[in-house]
Design a protein around this ligand. Structure first.
Ligand code: SF4
Ligand code: SF4
Length: 273
């Protein structure tokens, strides 16, 4: 279901899979102790097939990477390249990558040469076929496990290049994505509760949490132009960091969401009385 803030549509029906289209889900198996064979290059017969009509979630750190890559304001990025949809979590919408409208619904970043945002491609493209387990409490031993996802159309699995999961994470530049997404997974867990009561997704808190997760330009203006800094005593290093780096601001957003929804976390410690 496409989600609308204030009745204003944030995505178009045409970007969702139509009823006659099949989203092909992959099978998943644990490769933590085994490694896997895989290669993806222009020579595979399926090259860029997975860039056509992928059902792709964007995570907060993906938004930051794309925003900087494309030199866009968060609002413009959200408007042009994403839509919001309620999927498996009825209490909070997800941000999804909006496909181009042409017949095969290619990713808007796909060119005849391949991915035009390759160095800043989102986590899901970057990690495939490996799926790092993201522990929802940040502590479970499961956090060090890795899975491999196999889609029937993907010939990369027939290639004879062997990797361990750890090598793949390093080779694909995934460390920072995994680190940011682990913190996000803990926040996302809080968002899977009904925090909004009878108002549901119409609750004003939904908009605030969405801003603090996915819209760093608006969130920065909010932090510096509202009473936020009168309510929390941030030290000078953190103040400087959130002024100059979107990733630090994003983590402030995660801390704020935790404080709002659970009353815990770093902002509970520095709350002004
Ligand atoms: S971002 Fe790049 S790799 Fe990912 S689906 Fe789009 S074109 Fe393909
Ligand atoms: S090998 Fe798999 S990941 Fe690579 S282009 Fe083909 S379908 Fe996509």
């Amino acid at each position: 279901m496409i989600f609308k803030f204030d009745g204003k549509e944030t995505g178009k029906r045409g970007n969702m899979a139509r009823k006659d289209e099949q989203i092909v889900y992959g099978t998943r198996s644990d490769i933590t102790d085994e490694g896997f064979f895989f290669a993806c290059h222009p020579g595979v017969p399926c090259f860029t097939k997975c860039c056509r009509n992928p059902d792709m979630y964007l995570y907060p750190y993906d938004m930051i990477r794309l925003k900087h890559r494309l030199d866009m304001d968060s609002d413009a990025l959200l408007e042009k390249y994403t839509y919001t949809a309620v999927r498996d979590n009825p209490y909070f919408p997800h941000v999804m990558l909006k496909m181009a409208e042409s017949a095969q619904k290619p990713c808007p970043f796909l060119t005849p040469q391949g991915c035009s945002v390759y160095e800043d491609r989102p986590f899901s493209c970057r990690a495939y076929p490996v799926e790092p387990a993201l522990s929802r409490d940040g502590q479970s031993e499961n956090a060090d496990r890795y899975y491999i996802v196999r889609h029937p159309y993907c010939h990369g699995h027939e290639q004879d290049r062997y990797h361990t999961a750890a090598q793949w994470i390093a080779d694909q530049g995934l460390e920072s994505f995994v680190a940011h997404n682990r913190r996000w997974a803990a926040v996302d867990t809080l968002l899977r509760r009904n925090n909004w009561g009878d108002q549901g997704l119409a609750h004003p808190g939904v908009k605030m949490v969405f801003m603090a997760s996915y819209n760093m330009d608006r969130f920065r203006r909010f932090v510096f132009n509202s009473s936020f800094l009168n309510r929390f005593a941030l030290d000078d290093d953190r103040l400087h960091a959130i002024q100059s780096r979107d990733t630090d601001l994003m983590h402030l957003g995660f801390d704020w969401i935790e404080f709002m929804l659970a009353g815990t976390g770093p902002l509970a410690e520095c709350r002004k009385k």
